[in-house]
Design a protein around this ligand. Sequence first.
Ligand SMILES: *[C@@H]1O[C@H](CO)[C@@H](O)[C@H](O)[C@H]1NC(C)=O
Ligand SMILES: CC(=O)N[C@H]1CO[C@H](CO)[C@@H](O)[C@@H]1O
Length: 721
Amino acid sequence: MERLFATEKLGGRALYKLHATTLFVGICLVLCYRATHVPAAGRAAWLGMLAAELWFGFYWVITQSARWCPSRRCAFKDRLAARYGERLPCVDIFVCTADPQSEPPSLVMATVLSLMAYNYPPEKLNVYLSDDGGSILTFYALWETSAFAKHWLPFCRRYKIEPRSPAAYFAQSDKPSDPRALEEWSFVKGLYEEMTERIDSAVRSGKVPEQIRVNHKGFSEWNTGANSKDHQPIVQILIDGKDRDAVDNEGNVLPTLVYMAREKRPQYHHNFKAGAMNALIRVSSVISNSPIIMNVDCDMYSNNSDSIREALCFFLDEETGHKIAFVQYPQNYNNMTKNNIYGNSLNVINKVEMGGMDTWGGPLYIGTGCFHRREALCGRTFTKDYKEDWDRGIKTQQGIDLTEEKAKSLATCTYELNTQWGNEIGLKYGCPVEDVITGLAIHCRGWNSVYNDPPRAAFVGVAPTTMAQTILQHKRWSEGNFSIFLSKYCPFLFGHGKTRLPHQMGYSIYGLWAPNSLPTLYYVVIPSLGLLKGTPLFPEIMSPWITPFIYVSVVENIYSLYEALTSGDTLKGWWNGQRMWMVKRITSYLYGVIDNIRKLLGLSKMGFVVSPKVSDEDESKRYEQEIMEFGTSSPEYVIIATIALLNLVCLVGGLCRILTSGQNMQLNGFFLQVVLCGLLVIINIPIYEAMFLRKDRGRIPFSVTLASLGFVMLALFVPIF
Ligand SMILES: *[C@@H]1O[C@H](CO)[C@@H](O)[C@H](O)[C@H]1NC(C)=O
Ligand SMILES: CC(=O)N[C@H]1CO[C@H](CO)[C@@H](O)[C@@H]1O
């Protein structure tokens, strides 16, 4: 029988392996030199270099797992259509939102509409919105959406429009030329804009129009003064797809649409997004109970209405479909600037590393753009004889009120007490990257996952657009992944015997992001100080030992440039990425390490910060012009500014010392340190500009510059060597 999907191994592997082998030899030679040439003077600094290089070498080996033999998948929708027609399984779609201020409801609703408008039998589609803010504003927005959907869905179907998020569609599309089509286009656009305006003005005033409040039963849930931290469970089925009267304006069935705000009480821990997902799994089990669960972030709209069918090609494949627990799509962004100023494109992760992990058992679950097999998500262990019942799902309902009451009882604070929820069942609790640890557990129960990265992005979201947001996001990721590595879920221990070694290494690429901070910090400080103070830390220019140092750094950087260019970055984007690579390591990842140590010592508890998805006009303008945004004084910026200044001072001071000493010997001994320090100065040019030249509000505040000057002085006068 013809397969529903194909797996293709990437070419050029022999060349890659040759390249990697020579690099490995180079790294060994570097380490060998370090270990055998320890000088009498500056011994400690030298051993520190050895330690840093040992770490970099080790981490490089870890990253090879994702590059050794990557594969790519390709789904055949037409074969699926030929074999199954419309006899397809039911699908539940989960969207989580947390706060109407940082995640504007009108943005969330565009996402919800894009999901409701999937090219999929509507009676088999169920969309759930979890609102952890428990906000009447979000409920109101969803209520408006349920009405607008009656116009939007038939419009999408008739004109086969893409993408099906109205916000994205109307922003991108040109007016149709046909007058009849234009009339309808303008009508729907008008409806959409009016609705958005009503939602936005409700959010601005914080109030829902009284008229609507009194006329519709759902709003009465907020009559008791519910607030975001203290309220009863709320489940409202806004559109009941099994109800014959729930039709769009052409008489077609609509997908089911459900609003859920699980119960919140101050005395119960709510476990952040993982808690919301688990409540959704239970609530959906009494409303639709579909075998497939799709999960997407509230700011990621569907950019391809055929994605569900594509994902099903993997699950329904006769040969290997039964082994697949989830199908992960990459995280793509639509508001990237050309040169990727904050290094947020994730291109290399999306195009290289995830495909690399797919060979060994599957990509990580990254919390958005993912299709799950419900049974696997709910804790089932893979067995060969397990047969999925694709026809499962709730066909008839016992009345909407009864169903809502039953669903509410599953979304209470106490429901999970003394159960396996958050442990063996559903998403795991207690980790800031609940998605990754849950995916790991699924892999360890014997399942595979699949990475599908079609040429046209299936989901498109919003990337961080300021330095602060970027640092925060990476802090959460690095801290969370490192905490998994330090816990009993460490991929090497937990995965031992259950997944393959390269797969464990693949997980560790992210697990070990955070500890990269310390050797990086060492490498951007100590050789520069050594240059200033006259302590050589690399082989002389005439020594044969300099060859491996140059070979490793040049080849590794050329390769990373090649990877970036072939993944869709520009040359300047790569360069910006290198800067952000350093910045993230000395701030986000450092914080990730510190917070994990504090947690191990019992000094702090886990927190979860929702990254804001809005920024003011001034900031947006600078973002579009690719000017780095600082603005506030924060300790992270002091670190960044200190490192930049320190290297400038060391380069100038070091060069002066060498030139005035009049000995050729001097330059010979410090060649690599001059190069390293010089590169650090060049890459930090935008930081100097932000400190000394820029006048806009996004510059580095004077207080930060002053503090970093203080730290540089301190570093210069501490006798390190
Ligand atoms: C989204 O889909 C459109 C086609 O509708 C495509 O042109 C565009 O490139 C996609 N967006 C991304 C980010 O890939
Ligand atoms: C939230 C945000 O900043 N969105 C922006 C993403 O980028 C596009 C295009 O540059 C802007 O139009 C959005 O406002």
